[in-house]
Design a protein around this ligand. Structure first.
Ligand SMILES: *Cc1c(COP(=O)(O)O)cnc(C)c1O
Ligand code: SF4
Length: 395
């Protein structure tokens, strides 16, 4: 597989919805109302494979089907292997449960002191504020609760969660996630951010959202203004493939960046979507051009029915090796496995160090050349008869 693209082009326009007034297209509530949520909607525009048809029927019991018109335009409707298509159109593989898979593979429910709050790490909490998203990713880590297709009946308790954070001075970092926090109304978001900002020990507030990717229209100037007012608010967006890096996404990132929101990106390594060094390199280069710093690449979590997305960890390591040294340091994310059962994120790196002894470190650079860095410092000048300085130090 080799991936090539025209780096000077950013996908733009209304595509299949060219007949819709631009004011509607740019209205995020129009995008939500006109989401494709059924086989009938999809078949109006494309021919589904038998696997996809079966997947769509199964989706209502696993994770709802929903795709915004904006994101649907990015699908290659003639190619069943299209990397965008695989992310949002269900396939029958989702009904196959494999060994090691779990509904709650990260043990989030066990680490939840209050409904919607996950306190795994000493100084920070994950605050799940909704179970809804603009569109649904077929590999979603939280598919047990997201979209409520599995009748989880997730009900975040904002007041309880805020009280827990207030009562725990060790919490200096709050990460809003879900579901997608940016589906909340401006009013609700502003209220939440204001409440969090008022807690003295909360130093760092960030939002994890795929809305800029699924629904860039939601990043309105008014929303950006809220982030500016309650800033600094950091944001992690979620882009998996360079085809998702459109003009609209770029513009949305710009609105956020100009409101003082530092942007990072999290990708999930997905088999047949982005488990390829050329694809990832194209992605990280586009991210930097959109003012987004690649943050994490996640190994796929062990969610039920997710095996068809599971990439080889060696492939992930090879991708990092293909980036480090070969391109801008800012473009290289950290590859992590979120430890099954709730051990947290653990970095998985290529090995550059071959040996460390008391005397030296032996390591290889990005080209595979071997280098040695001495750890023992032996004096090479005589100390005895007064101090003998090397000639060039005499001033
Ligand atoms: C990922 C995650 C965080 C944030 O981790 P960082 O490495 O700081 O980005 C916090 N809490 C939970 C439960 C998480 O899964
Ligand atoms: S946007 Fe995030 S929470 Fe929502 S379906 Fe995708 S991965 Fe899951």
């Amino acid at each position: 597989m080799s991936y090539t693209e025209d780096r000077s082009v950013w996908f733009a326009g209304q595509g299949l919805w060219s007949h819709v007034p631009e004011a509607d297209w740019q209205d995020w509530t129009w995008q939500l109302k006109n989401r494709l949520t059924s086989i009938e909607h999809l078949e109006r525009y494309m021919t589904l494979t038998p696997e996809e048809r079966a997947g769509c029927l199964f989706a209502k019991d696993k994770l709802a089907l929903a795709i915004t018109p904006y994101f649907f335009n990015l699908i290659d409707r003639t190619d069943p292997h299209c990397p965008i298509r695989k992310q949002v159109i269900p396939r029958s593989d989702e009904s196959v449960i494999s060994s090691g898979e779990m509904l709650d593979s990260l043990g989030e429910d066990e680490h939840s002191p209050v409904p919607g709050l996950v306190h795994r790490y000493p100084d920070r909490v994950l605050f799940l504020v909704t179970d809804r998203c603009a569109a649904y990713c077929r590999y979603c880590t939280r598919s047990r609760l997201v979209s409520n297709a599995q009748d989880y009946n997730f009900h975040p308790e904002y007041e309880q969660a805020l009280r827990y954070i207030e009562a725990h001075p060790e919490i200096r970092d709050v990460l809003l996630s879900g579901g997608d926090p940016l589906l909340l109304s401006d009013k609700k978001l502003e209220h939440l951010l204001g409440r969090l900002r008022a807690i003295k020990h909360v130093e760092f507030i960030r939002i994890g959202s795929r809305i800029p990717v699924f629904l860039p229209q939601r990043i309105t100037p008014e929303l950006a203004e809220i982030f500016k007012k309650h800033g600094p608010i950091w944001m992690s967006i979620h882009v998996n493939h360079p085809k998702e890096a459109t003009q609209e996404l770029k513009d949305a990132c710009e609105r956020l960046a100009f409101a003082g929101v530092p942007l990072g990106n999290q990708s999930v390594l997905l088999k047949g979507v982005n488990d390829d060094a050329e694809v990832m390199k194209a992605l990280v280069h586009r991210l930097l051009r959109m003012r987004v710093r690649p943050y994490y690449i996640y190994q796929m979590d062990l969610i039920t029915g997710g095996a068809h997305f599971k990439a080889d960890v060696r492939k992930g390591i090879e991708i990092i090796r293909a980036l480090r040294g070969h391109t801008t340091g800012y473009a290289v994310p950290q590859y992590v496995i979120d430890a099954p059962g709730g051990g947290g994120k653990v970095p998985v790196n290529p090995d550059y160090v071959e040996q460390i002894t008391d005397d030296e470190v032996v390591f290889r650079n990005f080209e595979g050349k071997q280098f040695r860095y001495p750890l023992k410092a032996e004096p090479v000048t005589e100390k005895s008869a007064g101090v003998v300085m090397p000639a060039e130090i005499h001033l």
